[in-house]
Design a binder for this molecule. Structure first.
Ligand code: GDP
Length: 429
């Protein structure tokens, strides 16, 4: 059985925590897209971790953690992350890396930085991890798959070919030093040494695993609204954030994905530029940012403050629909316990009319939030384990959100730890 865990919003919904929790019942956890540009924060009995590329199942010794072909693999960062995890007492995870996964080249990171510098005010707010140049090259067919490291002659020839254009750009567009072909080749040989023990034909491995009845978990990065096709283009990420892409980025039959757990945060936060209709500012935003997540809403990769907003029913309904949601995990609800009143964005106003469907970018930029205000519950709900024990207004908030998004909330997360979870029977399911 294959289950996907994905985000409905702009990312940072708490997918890491939900994955870490649900991984217990899985045999395999696999990353199928994205790279080291976003982080998952996980709190468990080993401590607190910010994972960027490692799948969130690495904390269980029965799990095989896989880097799928759809991932942007930053080799040094990946191994650094393994060291960080194992140095805190986590047993060395079982890891497999797809022979078809492509690698982030050192120059992808440089190009990401140089291009953001060149764009200045018009920049995308990239984390400068090389992700956009990486995926551009992948689709321009000048990327490097892991398997290519094992064919030295063709690798050398390809490096020479690729560097021709890269060095022209470096010299004439960015006015930066050129890349040396031998140095790059030597770096790639280092990568080869590091990767060799883990390289595998992942789709064949997964096919066999499915035949043996294994449970496979696909772990998404970021959320629906950052998807390059269905998100707020061009302020999106460069690989698909949707569960459907799990089939491609892992190499699985699409019909095997039986459950799509979409993680939805009880308020909104976003990083990077782009339209954000329910955004709030000033003290109101600072307070929510400070109290948000586990120790504040600051980027797990960059440490930069996240943009904050009230819960957005329009964006989340769309985000869930485009994922093909079967279950919603509603997270970080405990954080809202300080509010007397909780505003919720229930619609968008565009040119004097209310719209309920999430629009395309240019219209979105002009939308104003239609706000409804709910009563807060003004208590700490962190230690509550049963749905019935939640304060009445808290349950009303959950019901309200569920009614507006139209997908069953079956899990409510009320704290950052693995055990802070309340299962809920939804009337929609
Ligand atoms: P991801 O990228 O979707 O995995 O999200 P993040 O790693 O950015 O998670 C958001 C933050 O919220 C992290 O600091 C988590 O530890 C924290 N978190 C997750 N679930 C909850 C929750 O239910 N309550 C609280 N207070 N924090 C949570």
């Amino acid at each position: 059985m294959v289950r996907a865990i994905v985000g409905a919003n702009w990312g940072d919904e708490g997918k890491g925590k939900i994955t870490d929790m649900l991984a217990q019942e899985s045999d395999i956890v696999i990353r199928f897209q994205g790279g080291a540009n976003a982080g998952h924060t996980i709190v468990n009995h080993y401590g607190k971790f910010a994972l960027h590329t490692l799948p969130s199942g690495v904390f269980y010794d029965h799990i095989t953690s896989i880097i799928g072909n759809g991932v942007a693999l930053d080799v040094p960062k990946f191994f650094k992350e393994i060291t960080e995890v194992t140095s805190k007492g986590v047993p060395m995870p079982k890891i497999l890396i797809s022979d078809r996964a492509q690698m982030v080249m050192p120059y992808h990171i440089l190009f990401d930085q140089y291009e953001e510098e060149r764009l200045g005010k018009a920049s995308f707010g990239s984390t400068k991890s090389g992700i956009a140049p990486f995926y551009s090259d992948k689709y321009a067919k000048i990327g490097f798959q892991v398997q290519e490291l094992f064919h030295e002659d063709t690798l050398k020839a390809k490096i020479a070919r690729v560097l021709e254009t890269k060095n022209i750009l470096l010299e004439h567009l960015y006015h930066k030093p050129a890349i040396d072909a031998d140095e790059l080749f030597n770096t790639l040989m280092e990568y080869r040494k590091m990767l060799e023990p883990y390289v595998c034909d992942v789709s064949a491995y997964l096919w066999k695993a499915l035949k043996e009845g294994k449970n496979i978990l696909l772990e998404g990065q970021l959320g629906s609204l950052k998807d390059p096709d269905h998100g707020i283009y061009p302020m999106v990420t460069s690989s698909s954030t949707l569960a459907a892409y799990g089939a491609i980025g892992a190499g699985l039959p699409p019909y095997e994905i039986k459950q799509i757990v979409t993680v939805v945060k009880a308020y909104s936060s976003a990083v990077g530029a782009g339209a954000f209709v329910s955004e709030i500012f000033g003290d109101e935003a600072d307070e929510l940012r400070k109290r948000g997540g586990d120790g504040g809403e600051f980027g797990a990769t960059t440490g930069r403050p996240r943009r904050m907003g009230w819960f957005d029913c329009v964006a989340t309904r769309y985000g869930c629909r485009i994922q093909g949601t079967t279950d919603v995990a509603f997270t970080v609800l405990d954080v809202l316990g300080y509010l007397d009143k909780i505003p919720v964005c229930v619609g968008y106003e565009y040119e004097g009319k209310q719209i309920d469907e999430f629009p395309t970018t240019q219209i979105l930029e002009k939308c104003k939030p239609v706000i409804e205000v709910l009563d807060g519950w003004k208590t700490d709900i962190r230690d509550i384990k049963n749905y019935d024990d939640l304060p009445e207004n808290c349950k009303k908030y959950i019901d309200f959100v569920e009614k507006h998004i139209g997908f069953p909330i079956t899990m409510v997360s009320n704290g950052p730890s693995r055990d802070d979870i309340i299962y809920r029977k939804s009337s929609l399911k």
